[in-house]
Ligand binder design. Sequence first.
Ligand SMILES: Cc1cc2nc3c(=O)[nH]c(=O)nc-3n(C[C@H](O)[C@H](O)[C@H](O)COP(=O)(O)OP(=O)(O)OC[C@H]3O[C@@H](n4cnc5c(N)ncnc54)[C@H](O)[C@@H]3O)c2cc1C
Length: 279
Amino acid sequence: MVTVDFDYKKASTVEEALEALASREGKLLAGGYSLIPSMKLRLSQPEFLIDISSISSLKGIQEENGYIVIRAGTTHAEIHDNALIQENLSFFHKAASVIGDVQVRNRGTIGGSLAHADPAADWPALVLAADAVIDVVSRNGSRSINATDFFTGLFSTALEENELITAIRIPVPAEGTRTVYMKYEHPASRFAIVGCAIMRFPDGKTNIAFTGAAEYAFRDTAAEQALAGKALDGAAIEAAVNAALQGQDVSFMGDYYASAEYRQHLAKVYLKRALEAVV
Ligand SMILES: Cc1cc2nc3c(=O)[nH]c(=O)nc-3n(C[C@H](O)[C@H](O)[C@H](O)COP(=O)(O)OP(=O)(O)OC[C@H]3O[C@@H](n4cnc5c(N)ncnc54)[C@H](O)[C@@H]3O)c2cc1C
């Protein structure tokens, strides 16, 4: 399949991209590894693409004011190779290694992945578990969206049409914080059938997030509460697994590859394995 015809503009600054976005209906193009396949399948038919892949201010990872700041245009491979990530957020390092294949990892960006909000994408679970904040900008100004408010439905987010993600900010984890990401992946695409991300803080607080299982990634507050203030022993893990997925305001997904019931079963299996890995 080929895409519909489209006009193309390469932006060299965020301001230029925002101006182009305001000038006519169009779509931002980052790595193109979600947008271009959707265009080829004619699921998306934008007539104007604004290429943001060369904007230098959207690249890189730094520590700033108590946050690890990952600029939106940073590729999965760059996240994987970054020393700050390896030192502080080992589950980001792990997740980056299991996204797609080498080509996808070398071109695809974290900002593109979050904006696209594929229900089977990996980064949504990671940003949720890491208490991340997503910084966005438009010609009307800038704002920060908590990851927990960002994903709103199947392929939908709290982003407005004219907004661009500039960065993902994650509070620098306290010493002794442990993180795990595990996924059961689709054998062809490597997208998550179920992915489970966990961040366990030294004070005993545990953040748990799932991707793949439902129409959008979510924090499992029932499982988190079952663990609150408890040592991670066998009984606590069992209680968390029993409580998991209860009272969630999301629809679990099923398709020809994995039914909704199977995905829920897998979510509990992966929660148990991930909690054991945290221990
Ligand atoms: C074969 C294959 C296997 C894959 N496997 C996996 C996998 O295992 N796990 C996984 O998580 N993903 C997987 N992906 C998806 C991949 O990670 C994509 O790179 C990613 O989802 C989108 O990032 P991108 O930079 O390519 O965005 P694009 O495709 O360029 O854009 C995607 C959407 O985001 C918007 N956008 C892009 N950047 C911004 C921004 N800064 N602000 C606002 N909107 C923006 C675009 O307008 C578009 O709507 C796979 C893709 C392919 C083709």
